[in-house]
Design a protein around this ligand. Structure first.
Ligand code: NAD
Length: 420
């Protein structure tokens, strides 16, 4: 049996394909093919009943030539060094594509957060932050939310970090983390930013392809931050959500599922299963649903050699990181299914994280309209850069997105040289 490629092996293959096609400088290729720092921390936490549990946490810093390391923290049982390494590497490409002065990092804890009480999650978060504090910092490495982490967890990280630094540095350090609650220094528009970026990309794709979003159908996998916001923001275009899958199951309704009601339902019940206005379907049926657009917004490795032939859509807009592996990509291309790759499509999150960071550094609060307008301008420009690069190199959009990123990084390394 052929061994399945790991998440990081997929990143390496994507990278090699683009580097070969663009003729990336061989020395710079060696640098970018490696991560810079990989931090593994095992730490104990006392549970509510007094017993101690050990947890494994990670932070991988891939590259910082463009600016401070930046990337989310994930709480999930499948978090391991391989996955975090892949996610950190994608962050470097993402920031380079959308032209923001950040490098790439990612982290997480190998944990099923649903098994723990709120107070246990707070202790786990604070203890991990305490262990990580020497490796992060407002001008060095800035975490943000990812799968199963949110603004509350960012607030605990902020408070723990600020409590461990000298008092005089506290008020100029709140940009150590982004995706904070607005009252604690977060930005308006950050919560919806990734979903908003996905929708801005879909709007551009629709314009380019003379496609009318009014009446179009779409399916979404993952109805958390990214998936639910993308669904809600597509609704005003007149597009119809017909199937959704999350960890609790998959549901379908050809007449349309209301994204706002579904979001409220998920908040109350913890998932989409048993949503009243829907029929339960299995995973295979969900993936085979005929629709115009599929938004994967859950985890990696959903569109593979086995599942790509099932898809029945015109466009895949990747809200999640790494939902499509190399085999999946090849099949989608052969089948003429368009794809807006993750490192472009979900970059709205890191862009508004950057805006939050800037607001914190300048002690400013921007209006939502300002945040949205800046996000729209930047992600649209990035979309066009990737589209034009795909044409220039006669290649797929993922490879084009890599070429945009690698071209920028190559230029910077060539200008600066390698110390000493
Ligand atoms: P989240 O925790 O808010 O939501 C995750 C969703 O995925 C949930 O609905 C969960 O039920 C679902 N899910 C988990 N396992 C699943 C499975 N096996 N099958 C089907 N559904 C499953 O996470 P999020 O922040 O929305 O992140 C989703 C994806 O988007 C991740 O790949 C993340 O890295 C990426 N992303 C997030 C952001 C951000 O700002 N939050 C930014 C860029 C990219």
């Amino acid at each position: 049996m052929v061994k399945k490629a790991s998440v990081y092996e997929n990143v390496t293959r994507q990278f090699n394909k683009a580097a070969d096609l663009m003729g990336l400088d061989t020395d710079i290729r060696k640098i970018l093919a490696k991560t810079t720092n990989e931090i593994s921390i095992n730490f104990p936490v006392e549970m509510d009943d007094g017993h101690i549990e050990m947890f494994a946490g990670y932070r991988v810093q891939h590259n910082s030539v463009l600016g401070p390391y930046k990337g989310g923290l994930r709480y999930h049982p499948k978090v391991d060094l391989d996955e975090v390494r892949a996610l950190a590497t994608w962050m470097t490409w993402k920031s380079a594509i959308v032209d923001i002065p950040y490098g790439g990092a990612k982290g997480g804890i190998q944990i099923d957060p649903f098994k723990y009480s709120i107070s246990e999650l707070e202790h786990i978060t604070r203890r991990f932050t305490f262990a990580l504090r020497q490796y992060i910092g407002p001008e060095y490495d800035i975490p943000a939310p990812d799968v199963n982490t949110n603004s509350q967890i960012m607030a605990w990280i902020l408070d723990t970090y600020l409590s461990t630094i000298p008092p005089k540095e506290r008020h100029c350090s709140i940009h150590v983390v982004t995706g904070k609650p607005v009252e604690s220094g977060g930005s308006l528009g950050r919560n919806k930013a990734t979903g908003q970026g996905v929708v801005f990309c879909i709007e551009e794709w629709a314009k380019d392809n003379n496609f009318d979003l009014n009446g179009a159908t779409y399916t979404v996998q993952g109805f958390g931050n990214v998936g639910s916001w993308a669904a809600r923001l597509l609704k005003p275009h007149g597009a119809k959500l017909i199937a959704v899958e999350d960890i609790t199951g998959a549901i379908h309704n050809t007449k349309g599922l209301d994204p706002d009601n579904l979001t409220e339902f998920v908040k109350e019940h913890g998932g989409v299963a048993n949503y009243p206005d829907s029929k339960k379907i299995d995973h295979k049926t969900f993936l085979s649903t005929e629709a115009d657009i599929f938004i994967p917004a859950a985890l990696e490795g959903v569109i593979t050699g086995e599942t790509a032939p099932l898809l029945n859509v015109k466009l895949v807009a990747e809200g999640a990181n790494g939902p499509t592996n190399i085999m999946g990509d090849e099949i989608l291309q052969k089948r003429g299914i368009h794809l807006i790759p993750d490192i472009l499509c979900n970059a709205g999150g890191v862009m508004v994280s950057y805006f939050e960071w800037l607001q914190n550094k300048r002690s400013e609060y921007w209006e939502l309209e300002e945040v949205d307008a800046k996000l729209h301008k930047k992600i649209t420009m990035a979309y066009k850069r990737v589209r034009d690069t795909a044409k220039k190199f006669n290649t797929d959009w993922r490879t084009a997105a890599y070429i945009v990123a690698l071209t920028r990084l190559e230029k910077v390394y060539k200008e600066r040289g390698i110390f000493p």
